[in-house]
Write a protein that binds this ligand. Structure first.
Ligand SMILES: Cc1ncc(COP(=O)(O)O)c(C=O)c1O
Length: 415
């Protein structure tokens, strides 16, 4: 308490709620039976329910019965078999970097934790020391947390690179390449490994090659954010193509992996920061500094999610079952894309809707404007982000007709 009975917190301003969590709270509070949540980035079954992957249930039971396990602290950098195998699925079994022992991993609290530890490290040590002035480039648009994570880690110069061409509803590759050319050498670029959030639009392999060529020539640092491996195409390998290509081109890079979506382990907070460096000696020094950062951040990570992932990745039958589970989720998203597009086309909803099936991953960037979004929320009880991004998993056989008719009404009534 301050003098005069005043609170020491009196000057704290009220922060704005995080939009996507607020949207879920509003959805929960809505009593209308027609309500649909197309906001939060989590998988839902065709019954609109969260899905515990069958392989996860199986491994959880194994863990419960395993009396050799206990609740001792994990090492600061995490469970060794989790770290090694997470990096293996990102980089591939035959990765030259793994063979040459120049890969390391840090178990983290979700993909967010991996980004934050990576950002903290880069600010302290990237290409010298105390790099608060190094430009960090994020795509325009991007996942809303990228900017804050890098700002809170101390970076002072966050810039955006061109990515989305709203008129063409696709990738602005020319703008992207120009921004790479213009960026100061050694700038850091946050790249979405696959299933770009929020646009659902990724570069083609040819375009990735162009991006890599400029980045290599201009000494730009790739920091991949891989939150949806397997979700984009249903194949872990196909979705890791870009990261693996950059490694094959000799880049040193970071890759923040999240197992929230592809394992459905959202609240277990499971992620891994994969570090690829020039040689093993560099990796070891980098990890030694990351250990210091983790020690003052969460000290050491939780075990449950890491055990589930590590057991699954190291047991061939479970690994095969998991890949099947991922494919089930990816296929349902593809089906919902096709169903929504065909309904909008059948209704002759003004505009073109091919982007719904051309975009990939969990999200679709519909092109709906903020007024149309507000109409859908207020009048139709359909919750989506102000950007017009929808989570395809929020669609079900039961609500598709209602959502399509509502989008049709929004587009025809509101400009
Ligand atoms: C692009 C992107 N990066 C990172 C994350 C963070 O994932 P996690 O929940 O594992 O921290 C998300 C989650 O929505 C995301 O969409």
């Amino acid at each position: 308490m301050a003098p005069g009975g005043k609170s020491v917190f009196a000057a704290v301003p009220q922060a704005l709620p995080v939009a996507v969590f607020q949207l879920t709270a509003d959805f929960r509070a809505d009593a209308d039976p027609r309500k649909v949540n197309l906001g939060v980035g989590a998988y839902r079954t065709d019954e609109g329910q969260p899905w515990v992957l069958p392989v996860v249930r199986k491994v959880e039971t194994m863990i419960t019965k395993d009396t050799s396990l206990n609740h001792e602290y994990l090492p600061i950098l995490g469970l060794p078999e989790f770290r090694a195998n997470s990096s293996r699925i990102a980089l591939g079994d035959d990765s030259p970097a793994i063979k040459e022992n120049r890969v390391g991993g840090v178990q983290s609290l979700g993909g967010t934790g991996a980004l934050r530890i990576g950002a903290e490290f880069l600010r302290r040590w990237y290409n010298g020391t105390n790099n608060t002035a190094t430009p960090v480039y994020i795509s325009s648009p991007t996942w809303e947390n990228h900017n804050s994570v890098f700002t809170d880690a101390g970076f002072k110069d966050i810039r955006s690179y061109r990515y989305w061409d709203a008129a063409k509803r696709g990738l602005d590759i020319q703008g992207f390449l120009e921004d790479l050319e213009k960026a100061p050498e050694f700038s850091i670029f946050i790249l979405h490994a696959c299933a770009h959030n929020p646009t659902g639009t990724d570069p083609t392999q040819e375009q990735w090659k162009q991006i890599a060529a400029v980045m290599k020539r201009r000494f730009l640092f790739p920091f991949f954010d891989s939150a949806y491996q397997g979700f984009a195409s249903g194949s872990l390998d196909r979705d890791a193509w870009a990261v693996r290509y950059f490694v094959s081109e000799g880049f040193e890079l970071f890759c923040a992996q999240s197992f929230s979506k592809n394992f459905g382990l959202y609240n277990e907070r499971v992620g891994n920061l994969t570090v690829v460096a020039k040689d093993g000696e560099n990796v070891q020094r980098v990890l030694s500094q990351m250990e210091k950062i983790v020690r003052t951040t969460w000290s050491n990570p939780p075990s449950q999610g890491a055990r589930i992932v590590a057991t699954t990745l190291t047991t061939p039958e479970l690994f095969a079952e998991w890949k099947g589970n991922v494919k089930t989720m990816a296929d349902r998203v593809l089906l919902m894309r096709a169903e929504l597009r065909s309904r909008l086309e059948a209704l002759h909803t003004p505009g073109t809707w091919n982007h719904i099936t051309e975009q990939i991953g969990m999200f679709s960037f519909t092109g709906l404007n903020p007024k149309q979004v507000l109409f859908l929320i207020k009048e139709k009880h359909i919750y989506l982000m102000a950007s017009g991004r929808i989570n395809m998993c929020g669609l079900t056989a039961k609500n598709l007709d209602y959502v399509a008719a509502s989008i049709h009404e929004a587009v025809t009534k509101i400009q």
